[in-house]
Write a protein that binds this ligand. Structure first.
Ligand SMILES: C[S@@+](CC[C@H](N)C(=O)[O-])C[C@H]1O[C@@H](n2cnc3c(N)ncnc32)[C@H](O)[C@@H]1O
Length: 223
């Protein structure tokens, strides 16, 4: 799947900014923001990076709790909208491929980094590891990295829970047109963390989060 074209198309056809990042409502974005702030222990002293920030709806909510926040996304349409919608003086948005994060950010470093509702788009061989490596490279020593809302491999059949959905899954996979992306196992992430000598922790999501029935979170610390 060409995710850049996919998200540019979603952005121009969506009926509102919430639909443009395929969220159901503002409440779930607010819940994600509170969850991220709590998991990363974000304070007013922290510089924060939002990887795959979309149109910045989530970024703007986290901005109220930190010193400065930068959002990066590869969709020109969504970044254009993020810049137009932004009301915070401490948020900024950069167009670029998250897989080239250190280059895109000219090696700026951050106290806290998150990648929310987007890890599934790093779906080709080696991409997940490369994405994590790039985020670690722009994380300060003792910094924290949170990957939220990762579709869990063991829940694939809970998600595709009917014959029409399974049919869609297999046919879209064959055509490389599956709009869900990759389901990850916690062990995949653990292996990546071992490779890069960082501490990784699997986090089961609280039930109140909208996607907790098939997604998990993962916290990474530099050691
Ligand atoms: C579902 S939206 C998530 C937006 C936001 N993080 C949230 O939680 O509401 C997924 C975003 O990932 C972005 N994305 C996917 N692959 C990317 C890549 N390689 N580099 C930068 N952004 C990417 C898309 O452009 C899109 O904005």
């Amino acid at each position: 799947m060409d995710w850049k074209s996919y998200w540019n198309k979603v952005a121009v056809t969506a009926k509102d900014p919430i639909a443009a990042v395929q969220r159901n409502d503002l409440k779930s974005i607010k819940q994600s923001a509170s969850h991220i702030i709590s998991m990363l222990k974000i304070t007013k002293k922290d510089t924060v990076l939002d990887v795959c920030c979309g149109n910045g709806l989530l970024t703007e909510l986290v901005a109220g709790s930190c010193l400065r926040i930068t959002g990066v996304d590869q969709s020109d349409e969504l970044i254009k909208n993020a810049k137009n919608l932004s009301k915070r003086v401490n948020s900024s948005f950069i167009l670029g491929d998250a897989l080239e994060l250190s280059y895109v950010l000219s090696n700026q470093k951050f106290d806290k980094i998150y990648l929310q509702f987007s890890f599934q788009y790093f779906d080709k061989k080696g991409m997940g590891a490369k994405m994590i490596k790039e985020m670690i490279s722009v994380l300060k020593p003792n910094g924290l990295l949170f990957i939220g809302d990762i579709p869990e491999a063991s829940k694939r059949l809970v998600f595709y829970n009917s014959l029409p959905k399974l049919f869609y899954y297999f046919t879209s996979k064959i055509r490389d047109k599956n709009s869900m992306g990759k389901f990850w196992s916690p062990d995949d992430l653990a292996q990546i963390c071992i490779k890069f000598n960082v501490k990784g922790t699997y986090l089961k999501q609280p039930k109140l989060l909208e996607y907790s029935w098939y997604r998990f979170d993962y916290l990474i610390e530099r050691i």
